[in-house]
Design a protein around this ligand. Structure first.
Ligand SMILES: [Zn+2]
Length: 643
């Protein structure tokens, strides 16, 4: 009886703490051990000791199998001004110190420098010394050519809410490391949106212990609410029962409903990759503006988006993280947009491995490496099927780049302008990289390149996370002064009264939002560019039926658009129009099949989602036929037993 009580007294959490206290040397001067969400934070008055003896921490991680972060005790942290002065003295001048951000909740200062490669030499830059002198942990980042206002706003909000956040992180930790109810393994998946359809991606992963919501999007094309939002009403759970929300990437069809959970009081954590937070933030706030401009009531307010920021715990690719008593999560590159992730859920003690690809590009682009496929184990794979039909074959990268260069050169050589209507996130940055590279190589006629709309803000976010970009691009940014995001060909138009320059006589390339000519600054350019024969409108993204973009692409020679003052203007289209496929962030049919082929030896079952019904069914039957794996393509509101 007594023994039983003693066992009950030591929770798994207390066990962890006891182990840490026993094995940490006195010199480390540890003052506190606390949860910081899924990590365990060790507070020390002697950070230098632990930095110089990192075997202490790595041995401990091996014993307790949990992530540990070392934090400095608040009392030893110098104030911001003093810390910055120390930094200025201790950084090599040529590295060029930029902005600094002090996060009080974590005791970490983020330091922007123009030439981070100069800090790789320990002689020039003594990190433990700086930490010891300032009392702040240091995180070095490459300073960007233009500052992202989204990231600045997030930093500001994190700072003013640091007490609230510390408390939240502690509660999250207590929840994750609570005692398990049983050792039995049972895993189910409930489909809430984005199955046999594209839009409102959402599902619920459940075990005896935990409930994890994965993605929470809207379907922008749906006519009525029952089809537009995830069916959260169906599984009969409350928000308090959720252990976590996991977000694969920032697009609205995966994150557009997330702030609504916060509006109704969701208290738990959100996990996504580091760049996904500012990216989804930008997109969610833009959706409020778009709704207001179209006279609709927005689903949520700016306050809800801020709450998302505060409760989000960003993770980098490849980090194994406990998100509940029996589930570990690892993100890996999905190649689709900045920060997009495939989500690997390791359930129980290796009882089941579930991988959700998210939107997937299995093919290299200029911005991103091809999606990772190297999972240690996968029993169930859930894969997207946007291009799951047999006929969904795209041109190769080489072909599409060659076609793009040829088409743009034709127009520029004739003295014309090329207008590219484009969504702000993803394709725009990809095209900017293509344009910069080919112009520098002399294969594309040199001409000024103008951007307008959310593009430059999204670009600044891309530049802020070089470690998430393709290897070559990352190296250029982190190790040289040749930063393609800072290209001298590019000019961003900040205000509508600055449009004179891009519209002045002479060849130029203009990229502006929106991608389907439905509103946005692109319309103003369209009015000026369309009537002139030598110009060209070049579409690089899908044009939905019924949009102005689709009508122009289908050959209308005259269209009417509503002007700023509400008057209808008739625009004659005398310029040429063209569409190029292949810059897509999704895998085509062949890429989806070869991705599965690579994973094949370990798979027990493939579930197909994120595609029109016909495409899901086609991909499922192809996979079954080719690889002899059990496949399903469920609809929304189905429950599937995984184990
Ligand atoms: Zn997407």
């Amino acid at each position: 009886m007594q023994r039983k009580l003693a066992q009950r007294e030591l929770s798994p959490a207390q066990n962890i703490m006891a182990t840490i206290l026993q094995s940490i040397p006195k010199e480390a001067d540890v003052t506190k051990i606390d949860y910081e969400g899924p990590r365990i934070a060790i507070y020390t008055k002697n950070p230098k000791y632990l930095m110089e003896h990192n075997e202490v921490i790595s041995n401990m991680v091996n014993i307790i199998k949990k992530r540990i972060v070392v934090r400095t005790e608040e009392s030893i942290r110098k104030n911001e001004e003093e810390s910055r002065q120390i930094l200025t003295q201790m950084l090599p001048k040529e590295a060029e110190l930029g902005g600094t951000f002090f996060d009080t909740a974590t005791g970490e200062m983020t330091v922007d420098v123009k030439r981070p490669w100069l800090l790789n030499n320990p002689e020039a830059f003594n990190m433990p010394e700086i930490v010891s002198k300032t009392g702040w942990r240091v995180r070095i980042r490459k300073a960007t050519a233009s500052q992202s206002s989204t990231i600045q706003t997030i930093n500001y909000n994190l700072k003013i809410s640091s007490t609230e956040r510390s408390k939240h992180l502690r509660q999250v930790g207590e929840q994750i490391f609570r005692p398990k109810l049983s050792e039995d393994a049972e895993v189910s998946l409930m489909t809430l949106g984005g199955f046999s359809q594209v839009g409102r991606s959402c599902m619920l992963l459940t075990t005896h212990e935990s409930k994890i919501l994965i993605d929470c999007g809207i379907n922008p094309g749906a006519r009525n609410p029952i089809d537009a939002y995830p069916r959260l009403d169906w599984p009969n759970i409350t928000l308090d029962e959720l252990d976590a929300v996991v977000i694969s990437h920032a697009h609205l069809d995966h994150t557009g409903f997330l702030p609504v959970l916060f509006k109704y009081g969701y208290k738990g954590p959100v996990y996504c990759t580091e760049p996904t937070l500012p990216m989804m933030n930008l997109i969610q706030l833009d959706a409020i503006k778009v709704a207001a401009a179209q006279g609709r009531v927005p689903l949520y307010s700016e306050r809800d988006v801020k709450q998302v920021m505060k409760q989000t715990i960003p993770l980098s690719y490849g980090t194994v993280t406990d998100i509940s008593p029996d589930i570990k999560l690892v993100f890996s590159n999905a190649g689709h947009i900045l920060g997009s992730a495939s989500c690997h859920f390791h359930i129980g003690n290796g009882n089941h491995n579930f991988v959700y690809t998210g939107d997937l590009k299995y093919g290299k682009s200029m911005l991103f490496e091809s999606a990772s496929w190297n999972f240690p184990r996968v029993e169930t794979l859930l894969i997207e099927s946007t291009y799951g039909a047999k006929e969904d074959i795209q041109s190769t990268r080489e072909e599409v780049e060659a076609a793009f260069i040829k088409s743009v050169n034709e127009t520029l050589r004739n003295g014309g302008k090329v207008l590219i209507p484009i969504p702000a996130v993803g394709r725009a940055q990809e095209l900017l990289m293509v344009i910069d590279q080919y112009m520098k190589q002399g294969q594309l006629v040199e001409a000024p390149v103008f951007t307008e709309g959310m593009i430059s803000e999204a670009t600044a976010i891309h530049e802020s996370y070089p470690e998430y970009l393709a290897r070559e691009l990352r190296q250029k940014i982190l190790e040289t002064d040749d930063n393609p995001f800072d290209s001298e060909y590019f000019t961003n138009i900040e205000h509508s009264d600055a449009r004179e320059e891009p519209l002045r006589e002479g060849p130029s390339i203009i990229l502006a939002t929106s991608g389907m000519l439905e509103g946005g600054p692109v319309l103003e350019y369209f009015k000026n560019i369309a009537p002139i024969q030598k110009n060209k409108i070049l579409f690089v993204s899908y044009q939905v039926n019924g949009t102005l973009g689709r009508r122009v692409l289908d050959g209308s020679r005259q269209v009417s658009v509503v002007g700023k003052d509400g008057k209808i203007e008739v625009i004659n289209i005398n310029c040429s129009t063209e569409k190029l496929d292949g810059f897509s962030g999704h895998s085509d049919y062949n890429q989806l099949m070869s991705y599965i082929h690579r994973l094949r030896p370990k798979l027990r079952r493939v579930i197909v989602n994120h595609g029109e019904r016909r495409k899901c069914e086609n991909l499922a039957s192809s996979v079954h036929r080719m690889f002899r794996i059990a496949t399903t393509c469920p609809q929304v509101q189905e429950g599937i037993r995984l184990l």
